[in-house]
Ligand binder design. Structure first.
Ligand code: HEC
Length: 121
């Protein structure tokens, strides 16, 4: 075996090992759904209002609240109309909202707010 072949084999072996290592390191990163803490309070003013306004920019605070309040179900938050109205608007469904250090799906935030009594907080 000449020197050139030896070097190329060494390089190939190194690449295979490095590749294997980098692949196995992927196992550490899994995408788990973030748990919503039980005591997390959702604020209409801080969290939901700016979100609604990002699309319904012309609505006043009162109008936005009325529209939202009229379309959430505080008893069964998952069947809130505001979610079904927007189900075909992809940007709505995939939007994540920051609360404290968390980043939660907008629909979960709305459901949580509804379950907390849909207050103008
Ligand atoms: C990603 C953009 C987007 C976001 C965010 C969004 N909407 Fe909408 N919404 C729309 C579009 C588009 C329509 C359908 C067209 C229309 O009526 O303006 C709509 C329709 C509606 C309707 C039915 C029509 C009406 O005027 O009564 C309501 C109620 C509504 N949205 C409330 C809300 C509330 C409350 C929020 C905040 C939780 C919100 N939307 C956030 C895009 C958005």
């Amino acid at each position: 075996m000449n020197r050139k072949t030896w070097i190329s084999r060494l390089v190939t072996a190194t690449l295979i090992i490095a590749g294997g290592l980098s692949l196995s390191s992927c196992e550490k990163y899994t995408w788990a759904k973030q748990e919503v803490p039980q005591d997390l309070i959702v604020s209409f003013t801080e969290t939901l209002l700016p979100f609604c306004k990002s699309c319904h920019g012309s609505w006043s605070t009162d109008r936005t609240y009325d529209k939202l309040f009229a379309n959430v179900d505080t008893v069964t938050p998952a069947s809130s109309r505001v979610i079904s109205i927007h189900s075909s608007i992809t940007a709505f469904g995939s939007e994540m909202l920051p609360i404290d250090t968390l980043l939660l799906p907008a629909t979960d935030v709305i459901k949580l707010w509804a379950s907390q009594g849909a207050e103008k907080n």
